[in-house]
Design a protein around this ligand. Structure first.
Ligand code: NAP
Length: 248
């Protein structure tokens, strides 16, 4: 039977490119989004692409990842529609940068609730299905900011660092149930999330990347696809940096 992957935040950016990559790799893909209903419907329609000849294998689910009740509903709906959840990609994320003395409680909480709490509650929602089938792969999309300090990102760094720590503990908890849990940690990727960075800031960031270039969403998607696949069967609790050498 075809395997099913659930991806949070699949309407745009890295999540969307990963969803397409996984469809082409032969998975069925369920993805969530918060606001981009038009982009989500367009992407669902693209499943009619001749490359994906054997019918629609993609389904979009509206839901704010910060809502644990909705996450439970989505996991149940994906089970009903596809029959299994074989892999989960916790990708939905936001940044709300500010220096600490200027950071509001709201922007701290919003970043923690989206990047960390959301990954927790979606994982908890999908885990019982994986435990029952005694197999599964979870990939959490962290960030270089979760490993290294970044000025203006205390909230984002804390959330992504927490996600990495959660990954390691959960990997130990569920290894004997046949479930692997890993992270990818992208460096600077050109998506809408980083679209607000000025040319000056980008130039400065590029200087800190040994490859002197940004990472493409396809390169992150390839790392996620690898970690989900049986080729990564012996790998759990790890952080795979896709950052042009910035963490080396
Ligand atoms: P993006 O282009 O801004 O896309 C973000 C995705 O997350 C969208 O699909 C969005 O849905 C979804 N999302 C945001 N808040 C949500 C919520 N509350 N509930 C459900 N979905 C929500 O961002 P991206 O660059 O692809 O980033 C994807 C992941 O990679 C994030 O976790 C980010 O932290 C991480 N990352 C990105 C970079 C980078 O340089 N871009 C670097 C390191 C790590 P809507 O379209 O409905 O808003």
């Amino acid at each position: 039977m075809r395997k099913t992957v659930l991806i949070t935040g699949g309407s745009r950016g890295i999540g969307r490119v990963t969803a397409m990559r996984l469809l082409l790799d032969g998975y069925s893909v369920a993805f969530t989004y918060a606001n981009s209903s038009e982009a989500a419907s367009r992407f669902e329609a693209e499943a009619g692409n001749p490359l994906l000849a054997d019918g629609p294998r993609v389904a979009a689910f509206q839901g704010d990842v910060r809502d644990p009740v909705r996450n439970e509903q989505i996991a149940a709906e994906v089970m009903e529609r596809f029959g299994s959840i074989d892999a989960l990609v916790n990708n939905a994320g936001i940044r709300r940068d500010a220096l600490m003395y200027d950071m509001t409680n709201d922007s701290w909480r919003e970043v923690m609730e989206t990047n960390l709490d959301g990954a927790f509650s979606m994982t908890r929602a999908a885990l019982p299905m994986m435990m029952r089938q005694r197999s599964g792969a979870i990939v959490n999309v962290a960030s270089l900011s979760g490993l290294h300090g970044v000025v203006g990102q205390t909230n984002y760094s804390a959330a992504k660092g927490g996600l990495i720590a959660m990954t390691r503990s959960l990997a130990r908890e569920v290894a004997r149930s046949g479930i692997r849990v890993n992270c990818v940690a992208p460096g600077l990727v050109e998506t809408e999330m980083t679209g607000d960075l000025s040319a000056e800031v980008k130039k400065e960031l590029l200087r800190s990347i040994p490859m002197r270039r940004t990472i493409t969403p396809d390169e992150v998607a390839a790392a996620i696809a690898f970690l989900i696949s049986d080729d990564a069967g012996g790998i759990t609790g790890q952080v795979l940096c896709v950052d042009g050498g910035a963490s080396a």
